[in-house]
Design a protein around this ligand. Structure first.
Ligand code: SAH
Ligand code: SF4
Ligand code: F3S
Length: 434
């Protein structure tokens, strides 16, 4: 039996897809890259912006004919879209050939639901919200040298534009022991790098009774793991990034010197309406402290343009902030209203044309900054963990998470290389093995 799985969205979904594949393997499925060969097709979906959802609906549309030709084919939808309000009736109407909808809290029920469909019970859905954390589900890792490890699930921040707290539920931390145990196991299995995952990793542990469980503490313990070479994490919330965490990172040779600090906007009025919990000034203090303690830190960010009520002056504040911080890279988005979130019903929604213009202007400004930052790397040596190989070129990330391309051997992925930067570009660094 063959299964096809397509993953959209962020690392939370990537990690869930590892579990989905692990469960499918236990059921006797093998994975295929060709949907037309599969008896089971699953989409692990993302709701963050309207475009992400449109992509899934259009992919589902292409399956209608296949399902007519192969009535026994099972088509399922998991991930964040499954958890959206009124998604099931919408799906039943738009894509009645979907057999299965499973929410982000209920992954462990996937095998039972597939068996029910195979047994002729028809459409299955389970989108119940639970706070329970299910440990020890099987998983298949596409990159054994790189471990994605969840530390928290869900989010409590309710940034007013964001759908994640609604589709991923309340913030739940795994126990420190469970995380360290998984870390040890993965390192013993050959992982060289760990990526700790949470929507707000800096808040790790605050919902636990165990007062030792904090992000700081987790980093300090992971830093001691023999054989582990690099520790990364995603995502940080600037409001919860404490001085002590910067000190821990500065004192460690394993914890990445990459700081992804999503600022979202450079305007205090907009930050407040977004419910971000920090001011422009406080954010810049954090940046200053990081640069002070870790001079070679790389800084990246996420920015939304065209949030409701954003004036030209607000937008200029964002542009100037990007120029002040000098980010290595920025992920920039046009605000996309998400049904049920407070910002979607705020007055003064910004017309698409204006959003596009602002996005374009911001991207141009940032591209020039990124190129300049990268050009300063010319001739420098970075440590790269190669992740993929294609046509003679290895691709990986430096200790500062910069994307690096360099000629290397076909079986070269999964190893560290000393790479000298020879050709810096806007979005990547080209180099050669020293
Ligand atoms: N928990 C992380 C990631 C959230 S999603 C964090 O807080 O940073 C990744 C990014 O998508 C966000 O940082 C934000 O910039 C963007 N985003 C979220 N909701 C959005 C929306 N409704 N429209 C446009 N961009 C959005
Ligand atoms: Fe969304 Fe804000 Fe939570 Fe990030 S911190 S997931 S932007 S609500
Ligand atoms: Fe998307 Fe869900 Fe991640 S909405 S960004 S896949 S948490």
């Amino acid at each position: 039996m063959l299964a096809y799985l397509e993953t959209f969205g962020c690392q939370a979904n990537e990690r869930d897809s590892e579990t989905i594949q692990g469960m499918l393997q236990q059921m006797g499925y093998e994975m295929t890259h060709e949907p037309s060969l599969a008896q089971l097709i699953l989409f692990n979906t993302c709701s963050i912006r309207e475009k992400a959802e449109q992509k899934v609906f259009s992919r589902l549309g292409t399956l209608k004919k296949l399902k007519e030709e192969k009535p026994g084919l099972i088509i399922g939808l998991c991930g964040c879209m499954a958890q959206e309000k009124d998604m099931i009736p919408q799906l039943r109407r738009r894509c009645p050939y979907v057999d299965l909808v499973i929410g982000t809290h209920r992954l462990h029920r996937l095998p039972a639901m597939i068996r029910n469909i195979q047994g002729g019970l028809g459409f299955q859905s389970d989108i119940a919200e639970t706070c329970e954390i299910i440990e020890d589900l099987p998983a298949i890792r596409p990159f054994p040298f790189k471990a994605l490890i969840n530390i928290t699930y869900g989010c409590n921040n309710f940034c007013t534009y964001c759908i994640v707290p609604y589709v991923r539920g309340r913030e739940r931390s795994r126990s420190l022991e469970a995380i360290l145990e998984e870390s040890r196991r993965r390192v013993a299995e050959g992982a060289l790098e760990i990526m700790y995952l949470g929507q707000n990793v800096n808040a790790y542990g605050r919902d636990l009774e165990d007062s030792r469980a904090s992000f700081d503490r987790l980093l300090q313990e992971a830093d001691k793991l023999d054989g582990l070479q690099r520790i990364r994490y995603m995502t940080s919330h600037p409001r919860d990034f404490k001085e002590s965490m910067i000190d821990t990172i500065a004192a460690s040779s394993k914890i990445s010197h990459h700081f992804h600090l999503p600022v979202q906007s450079g305007s205090d009025t907009i930050l407040q309406r977004m419910n971000r919990g920090y001011t422009r000034e406080r954010y810049l203090e954090l940046v200053h402290s990081i640069r002070n303690k870790i001079p070679n830190a790389t800084l990246t960010t996420d920015i939304i343009v065209g949030f409701p009520g954003e004036t030209e002056a607000d937008f200029m504040d964002t542009l100037h902030l990007a120029e002040t911080v000098v980010y290595d890279a920025a992920f920039t988005f046009m605000y996309s209203p998400r049904q049920g979130t407070p910002a979607a019903s705020m007055p003064d929604q910004i017309p698409l044309k204006e959003k596009k213009e602002r996005l374009h202007q911001l991207m141009e400004t940032q591209a020039a900054i990124s190129l300049k930052r990268h050009q300063a790397m010319q001739g420098q040596t970075v440590q790269v963990l190669a992740e993929t190989y294609s046509s003679g070129i290895l691709t990986g990330r430096s200790e500062g998470s910069q994307l690096v391309h360099f000629p290397g051997p076909e079986n070269g992925a999964g190893k560290f290389y000393c790479v000298k930067i020879t050709e810096p570009q806007t979005f990547l660094l080209k180099g050669e093995i020293l």
